[in-house]
Write a protein that binds this ligand. Structure first.
Ligand code: UTP
Length: 609
């Protein structure tokens, strides 16, 4: 190793410490010094002073170096290149013009929908689920991990349990009954609590072996256009999140993607931490991917013009063609500069012609592993510094490289096929991202609230939709405003995944009947059938059956059911002992006389009103 750099006057103190430093750390320091990072090691204390802090600092550098493909030097090189492009004001879409992506419209429950679900249902033992759950959830401001929040508060099922229930339902329906792999990406902020949640709940019935936890690491912040790494203080780097695109790198470096492919997994579905309806779309989305041979299938919704959600577009020009998510703040200027001087406006359908990205992705394993190998899993990093003036020579605060998982198609060539599958919003996209105050402001300005209450609302709406498709008469009750956010007070329908995964399954298990008013229906069990069940008023019926318990439910029920109680201001206050997952929606339910039937032994049963 060339140690000439130690003669730099700024590094005199480092030189004095040099013999106490481990060989691998010395090498890393030398390579960083060669990259102009001398400031990281300037003004060290003399040997014997702050030695623990020095060791911790060097250990952290070695760890970060090992986490990033290409190491810290690779990170600095990537940063310099992207910062130079950013400074030059490079247009990422230069020479490209937006066109409609290839899309399949499944916004209605047509025979096409059922066709795709039937194809997807034959693939359940070849599907893996990837959940990105490393985000802080600052907009929601919840004091815990988002996966521990209840998606509904009649039974208070957490997102994590809801997802696990879906995996169990998929594998129960697959021919081989093979466990569905479940990859969860966590960060140092969310990892310990996610693991605690799995452990204390016995993995929600999943086997520990089918769950793969991958932890994303923070990346160093960058202080200037030369890629100088920023220090918090002496002996401590500033570290920041690298974005959910890390999932690709981790699936590559952990070997999990290659292993799952070798195990026969053909598609991975990527989902977010608080998008409860993701699994509603799974069978049909997989069916579309299989039938149309999509390497990358972006699930989407009809997007209101200008809505703050990325638009999916085919970008064509210079002999290139990509179907990509274009961030909403880039879409309008891109359209103005190319095909429409009015920018992002509605077409004759009343929606933007560019579908909105739900960030639920179905990726074909074969091309995925190939692309991961070629790219080391580093997917289209970008940098977004806030410059302190027009010369773009300094930043307001240190920046960092980031990645987004939906950018994978930026690495695709002509042979990879990207498509978009559009679902109705309540069926596919109802994330729980915003606190009550912001949610009300979003409603007031005409946008979707994407809050706990709207997520729960859509959860029940999807249950009602399944019953309606199966032929039950469903009459929706009025909406009520709770803290400025609309909530449909009934019927509240939860059909657990154990009961039905596809529409077809619901049709087989429900015949006739009606549901209306503020009533509630909760069904959990694969062998329950509803025979002309009638629920109205506030009536609530809950039927749960273990495997092997065959239950026929019939007749017109009547009881006091569940009452919706709005929380008082005092109950919502920080001092109150009401659970935080209730405070973030502003209401709770109280059981005033719901009829609850549970069958924990196999056998034949009838529940009759
Ligand atoms: P969000 O856009 O909801 O971001 O992330 P967030 O960081 O969780 O929340 P805010 O912006 O602070 O309010 C979309 C998905 O990506 C995951 C989140 O956990 C969520 O499932 N994510 C985000 C990661 O896994 N890692 C990240 O670094 C960022």
């Amino acid at each position: 190793m060339d140690t000439a750099f130690l003669d730099n006057a700024e590094l005199a103190d480092l030189k004095a410490n040099w013999d106490t430093i481990a060989a691998n750390q010395q090498e890393l320091i030398a390579s960083l010094a060669a990259e102009g990072q001398v400031a990281l090691f300037a003004d060290w204390d003399a040997p014997g002073t702050n030695d623990d802090a020095k060791t911790t600092f060097l250990d952290s550098l070695v760890k970060i170096d090992g986490n990033y493909p290409g190491g810290l030097v690779g990170y600095i090189h990537n940063a310099r290149k992207l910062l130079a492009e950013s400074k030059a004001g490079a247009n990422p879409f230069e020479g490209l013009s937006p066109e409609q992506p290839e899309k399949v419209d499944l916004t209605e429950f047509t025979t096409d929908f059922e066709k795709y679900e039937a194809i997807g249902a034959r693939q359940f033992n070849k599907v893996g689920i990837v959940l990105v759950a490393g985000g802080l959830g600052e907009r929601l401001g919840y004091n815990g991990i988002k996966l521990d929040i209840a998606v509904e508060v009649l039974e208070s099922t957490t997102y994590l349990k809801h997802y696990a229930d879906n995996l169990l339902a998929l594998q129960a329906r697959s021919e081989s009954k093979r466990p569905v792999p479940f990859v969860i990406m966590v960060s140092q902020d969310t990892g310990p609590k996610t693991i605690a949640s799995l452990e204390t709940n016995n993995y929600f019935g999943l086997s520990k072996d089918q769950v793969h936890i991958l932890q994303q690491e923070l990346v160093p912040a960058i202080a200037d256009n030369d890629g100088a790494l920023a220090l918090q203080e002496k002996y401590e780097l500033i570290l920041k999140p690298h974005g959910h695109g890390d999932i690709h790198m981790l699936l590559h470096t952990s070997g999990v993607a290659a292993k799952l492919k070798a195990d026969g997994i053909e598609h991975l579905m990527f989902i977010q931490d608080t998008n409860g309806p993701s699994f509603n779309t799974l069978p049909a989305a997989i069916g579309v991917s299989v039938e149309n041979e999509y390497d990358f299938n972006s699930l989407a919704i009809r997007r209101k013009a200008g809505e703050a959600v990325g638009g999916l577009a085919k970008l064509v020009g210079d002999g290139k063609e990509f179907t990509l998510n274009v961030e909403y703040n880039q879409l309008d200027p891109l359209l103005r500069a190319t095909i429409n001087p009015e920018g992002d406006v509605a077409d004759e359908t009343g929606f933007s012609p560019f579908p909105g990205n739900c960030n639920t992705l179905v990726i074909r394993m074969e091309s995925y592993v190939r692309i991961l190998e070629a790219s080391q899993g580093i997917i289209a990093e970008f940098v977004n510094p806030k410059y302190s003036d027009e010369t773009k020579s300094a930043f307001k605060k240190p920046t960092r490289l980031e990645t987004m998982m939906q950018d994978l198609p930026k690495l695709f060539g002509k042979s990879e096929k990207v498509g978009v599958t559009i679902f109705s919003r309540m069926w596919s996209f109802s994330p729980n991202k915003n606190n009550v105050v912001d949610a009300a402001a979003k409603i007031a300005s005409g946008g979707p609230a994407d809050s706990s209450a709207t997520a729960e609302n859509d959860f029940y709406a999807a249950g009602r939709a399944r019953l309606a498709v199966a032929g039950m008469k469903v009459e929706e009750a009025a909406e009520k405003m709770i803290l400025g956010v609309p909530f449909t007070i009934g019927p509240k329908v939860i059909l657990r995944p154990s009961f039905a995964v596809t529409l077809d399954e619901g049709c087989d298990k429900v015949s006739g009947g009606s549901i209306s008013g503020e009533s509630t229906l909760i069904i959990d069990g694969s062998d329950i059938t509803l025979d002309n069940v009638e629920l109205s008023g506030s009536t609530a019926l809950v039927v749960k059956a273990c495997a092997g318990a065959k239950v026929i439910v019939k007749g017109a029920f009547e009881n006091a059911g569940f009452a919706l109680i709005e929380l008082t201001e005092q109950e919502r206050s920080a001092e109150s002992e009401v659970s935080e997952y209730l405070k973030i929606r502003g209401y709770k339910f109280e059981n005033k006389g719901a009829e609850i039937f549970e069958f924990n032994e196999p056998g034949d049963y009838t529940v009759e009103a």
